[in-house]
Design a protein around this ligand. Structure first.
Ligand SMILES: Cc1ncc(COP(=O)(O)O)c(C=O)c1O
Length: 455
């Protein structure tokens, strides 16, 4: 049986020996401990795990993760990583080409979408002010985003020393998409107050609603402010013929976050931050202190010129860094560009089937037609006539704003599924079904919803 209900920490401590001690374990005791850990972990491998935006483990990815771990190298220098560096560079090139950035582009792997969004702001600073590396932030920089954007944006402005006040909230429409006309107004207002627009943050596939901001219109409204596109969740849409219209304008964006560990199930984490400005990552991140590693001024003929291009540690914030990009490259090699598109298309088909099934079920209400692979649905409370408790017969359903949250807890407690919930501004809770597992079938999703109706 799947495990979705984790005991409380104090109970979990009774299930396994966590304490670190002076003396080590015998081999068999050590093995038993690892087996216990395997038993106690949350079953994120199951198609019924939909709590986050990733689910399941692909066997081909596991194989590559083993290769990565065995190789035990770092992406900082070409001399230590060799073919892995070329894999990263080729994957960045192929992603840029897929977006429509044929000639000028740059990109590097970062530890997650949050880090990618962080890097996008950092690069925007370099674009806005070449002297910022020595002088630091300008006090009047503003970043425009919506309430639906991922919280990593707030974390990033904290860490980058810009402060939460640097964030300007732009209005959204009923589906959670940024309103271009509101952005236009917000930028004008900010300028009139003597502030400087630094970046506009947009999202392809917002975390809760799966909304796609209209990039093309936003770029039009941005009045020259660099537009970053957070595609951590919805980025794979660049491979889908069906979604082509929804990513329109991306080819004109300044930067792009792409997470391969979410929908594509690559090594967790495997994220790329891309920029349309060739050389910007190096300009923004290169420092003098790396001479001991990069040897750029060593005078060694073999290394001259090579490091600038191939020592990826210079354009990254990290020094030691696993080549997790091999997992995306391997998936891409194995399935081809068309196969990656098929992964998205297949999920869209499941989504359509589930949406149509929901339409036929009293007791389930879609929040709106989904744009992507998030199905947001309210579960209504069943009212059972006298005697109905025994037979399960439902008389009618009624709105109870807290019922979906309650249903979610029951599914989790009974180890049936782990599905996240969210709360609308008016207090209504709803389930957020995420279609990400590589073996997901329509039946998995309708089964979860049937269990939800049976609560
Ligand atoms: C839209 C969006 N951006 C960024 C992130 C952060 O990605 P990561 O978990 O890889 O840091 C998420 C995570 O859910 C997300 O939904």
């Amino acid at each position: 049986m799947a495990r979705f209900s984790t005991p409380r920490p104090e109970e979990l401590k009774n299930e396994m020996d966590f304490e670190l001690r002076e003396s080590g374990l015998q081999a068999d005791a050590y093995q038993k401990l690892l087996d216990r850990l395997r038993d106690l972990r949350v079953d994120t491998q199951s198609p019924y795990f939909m709590n986050q935006l990733f689910s399941g483990v692909r066997s081909e990815v596991l194989e590559i993760e083993k290769l990565i771990s065995e190789s035990r190298t770092t992406m900082a220098t070409f001399e230590a990583s060799g073919p892995f560096t070329l894999i990263e560079m080729e994957t960045v090139r192929a992603l840029a080409r897929q977006i429509g950035w044929e000639n000028a582009y740059d990109g590097v792997v970062v530890p997650g979408g949050s880090a990618a969004n962080f890097m996008a702001i950092h690069m925007a600073r370099q674009l806005a002010d070449e002297g910022f590396k020595t002088r630091g932030n300008r006090p009047h920089w503003k970043i425009f985003s919506t309430r639906e954007a991922h919280y990593s944006l707030e974390k990033a402005v904290l860490a980058l020393g810009l402060g939460l006040d640097s964030l300007v909230t732009v209005e959204t429409d009923a589906r959670g998409r940024m309103r271009p006309e509101s952005l236009r107004r917000a930028i004008s207002d900010v300028k009139a107050e003597g502030h400087e627009p630094l970046m506009v943050n947009t999202t392809l596939g917002t975390t809760v609603l799966g909304a796609f901001d209209p990039i093309d219109e936003i770029i039009e409204a941005s009045q020259g402010t660099p537009v970053h596109v957070d595609g951590a969740w919805g980025g794979p849409a660049i491979f889908s013929p069906r979604m082509r219209e929804m990513v329109k304008g991306l080819e004109k964006a300044a930067s792009f976050t792409f997470d391969a560990h979410k929908l594509f199930g690559a090594d967790l984490t495997c994220s790329v931050i891309l920029t349309r400005h060739e050389g910007l990552l190096l300009e923004a991140n290169d420092v003098h202190g790396g001479e001991y590693l990069f040897h750029e001024s060593s005078g060694d003929e073999d290394e001259q010129g090579l490091g600038r291009l191939y020592d990826r540690g210079r354009l990254s914030w990290q020094c030691g860094r696993r080549p997790e990009i091999v997992s995306l490259w391997g998936l891409w090699k194995k399935h081809g560009t068309t196969g990656l598109g098929d992964i998205v298309e297949e999920k869209l088909k499941i989504r359509d089937e589930v949406v149509s099934w929901i339409g036929s079920q009293p007791g389930l209400k879609l929040l709106h037609e989904p744009e992507y692979l998030n199905i947001c649905v309210q579960v209504q409370k069943p009212v059972r006539a006298s005697g109905g408790e025994a037979t399960g017969k439902v008389d009618r359903y009624e709105d109870d704003p807290d019922w979906s949250r309650h249903v979610r807890q029951v599914l989790k407690r009974e180890n049936k599924a782990l599905v996240n919930f969210s709360t609308r501004e008016d207090g209504l809770t709803f389930l957020r079904l995420i279609l990400a597992h590589h073996q997901l079938k329509t039946d998995h999703v309708t089964k979860i919803l049937q269990w939800a109706l049976d609560v």
